[in-house]
Design a protein around this ligand. Structure first.
Ligand code: B12
Ligand code: SF4
Length: 456
């Protein structure tokens, strides 16, 4: 086979995820593979999640593909580059390397100089099809929109490709090409229930400064509700998942779509319990009732901070009280809630961190995650802090997560701030039910406060 799709995420190399054990297949790559297949460009998919790089290399050695298309994101980048350097040799037949995915758009020169032959910028389906066809037929490729390549060591970037308008024309992700069962079994073994992903939406119309819009831009396009329900019905019959995660940026952004979706899942008997991410101001009593009715068991509602000042600095365009109320209302309905917190955003002070603790106590989400803010290339946040970068390690062997910049306090301060937030919130939750545990958390929070002072 001439074309191989692969990625470079190896679960066995990810101790953090080995504790979480909620793996999902690379959906975007499966979308592109399916599109090529629908255009009669047969291709193979080698899914690395449950394999090692050695097994992947052996596979490539056996298949000797002419083109290797690799999904690249911020975290898998280092492994992708290692992979390129190994396969661009005689024993692998010098395949052409095409990279796509969210990390390539703003790191064009670096990826090309690391050995990639072509980058597919933005949505992958049409561009990868035209590019693979040109490479295999030895046709001119410089007229293809949405790509980048090197010519005489200079970067050539062709005009951007128009976004795919009619999402219903896209074939479903090529899930048959990979071993879906191993994902389902891993979930079942670790959590008692299995889960799969579905994408119904492309793009997000909002402007949060730290968020990467490298693939879909500030667009909003939606698949017809009827087609999404049909996909759920198919997954239900073929894979029997216990749950679905809609990987959409703002699942309830369109209330009209959600009403249609409700009708369709009921009509097509396609209901599968699901979780989704949305924004607080796109929820109201009616929408929450609909979500509950159609099997939504968890809603992730972003706030990122309990301080309105920080939310505004992020250009998140939401009122912290609206987020708090949305979480409280969702809890009351018996739907689990989750929220994301970011510490160390430029401009954040201790007062803002205290407001975040207060917000978490009052909102009381079932789950929350805390990230120390980092600048993804191409985001407004990156552009804002670029002149304040204090640590930018070698590009090929580090990720954007390793970039540090001058913040209000030292980097160490924020590690202790995370501990303070977690322990204050745990103290608050346990103060009336488990006094021993509560005291333990209060002591840890006290210690963290001391270390924050020392590391200011
Ligand atoms: C689901 C998801 C996850 C899941 C991944 C599970 C999985 N295997 O799918 C989990 C929760 C594990 C996750 C983790 C992380 N994620 Co994430 N995630 C997403 C999310 C919400 C959806 C991805 C998706 O399926 N989209 C739908 C598909 C259809 O779109 P797509 O993947 O972009 O594919 C299109 C193109 O990229 C391209 N394409 C895709 N693959 C390929 C391959 C080739 C060869 C080609 C040519 C083209 C191509 O064509 C596709 C179709 O047009 C996106 C946001 C988003 N809306 O996309 C963030 C997103 C991808 N994640 C992001 C980040 C930062 C992370 C983390 C680093 C977060 C963290 N701090 O830990 C980790 C990294 C994990 C890891 N080790 O890789 C960023 C990526 C930024 C970047 N520059 O890389 C995004 C864009 C979020 C954001 N807006 O900032 N994530
Ligand atoms: S954080 Fe969510 S709402 Fe904000 S721009 Fe990104 S996807 Fe859109």
């Amino acid at each position: 086979m001439s074309i191989l799709f692969t990625h470079a995420y190896y679960l066995s190399d990810d101790p953090k995820e080995q504790k979480i054990m909620k793996p999902y297949p690379p959906l975007g790559l499966l979308y592109v593979s399916a599109y090529l297949k629908s255009k009669k460009l047969d291709n193979l998919v080698f899914d690395t999640t449950f394999t090692s790089q050695d097994e992947q290399l052996q596979y490539i050695l056996n298949e000797q593909p002419k083109i290797i298309c690799i999904y690249t994101n911020l975290m898998t980048k280092i492994e992708v580059i290692k992979l390129i350097k190994i396969v661009k040799t005689t024993s692998f037949g010098f395949p052409k390397i095409i990279l796509g995915g969210p990390d390539v758009s703003y790191n064009i020169e670096n990826y090309l100089k690391s050995g990639a032959d072509f980058l597919v910028i933005g949505e992958g389906e049409e561009t990868t099809h035209e590019l693979c066809d040109a490479v295999l037929q030895n046709k001119e490729f410089s007229t293809i929109n949405g790509i980048a390549f090197l010519e005489n060591n200079s970067v050539i970037q062709t005009p951007s490709r128009k976004k795919f308008k009619e999402l219903d024309e896209l074939p479903l992700p090529n899930r048959e090409a990979i071993n879906m069962q191993i994902y389902l079994d891993t979930w079942k073994k670790n959590h008692g229930q299995s889960s799969m992903t579905i994408s119904t939406q492309r793009g997000c119309p909002y402007t949060c400064k730290w968020c990467s819009t490298a693939v879909y831009g500030q667009s909003y396009r939606r698949r017809p509700a009827e087609q999404v329900a049909a996909e759920m019905k198919m997954l239900k019959e073929k894979y029997h998942p216990d749950a679905i995660w809609f990987v959409d940026d703002v699942f309830t952004v369109s209330h009209k779509w959600l009403l249609n979706f409700k009708e369709e899942v009921v009509k097509q008997e396609a209901l599968i319990p699901f979780e989704c991410i949305t924004r607080a101001e796109r929820l109201n009593d009616e929408i929450l009732a609909i979500l509950k009715e159609i099997g939504c068991f968890r809603i992730w509602i972003g706030a990122e901070s309990g301080s309105q000042k920080i939310i505004d600095l992020m250009d998140r365009r939401v009122d912290v009280n609206v987020v708090k109320e949305a979480i409280q209302k969702t809890n009351k309905l018996g739907i689990e809630t989750g929220t994301f917190i970011m510490l160390g955003y430029p401009g954040e002070t201790e007062k803002d961190i205290m407001e975040t603790i207060h917000y978490l106590k009052e909102a009381n989400p079932t789950h929350y995650t805390i990230t120390i803010a980092y600048p993804i290339k191409g985001t407004s946040l990156y552009n804002e802090i670029e002149s304040k970068i204090t640590n930018a390690p070698d590009w090929e062997t580090s990720t954007d997560r390793d970039i540090d910049f001058k913040r209000t306090y030292s980097r160490k301060f924020y590690d202790y701030a995370v501990s303070k937030v977690v322990n204050e919130v745990e103290f608050y939750k346990k103060r009336n039910s488990n006094i021993t545990q509560a005291i333990k958390h209060k002591t840890k929070a006290f210690l963290a406060s001391g270390l924050m002072i020392l590391n200011r």
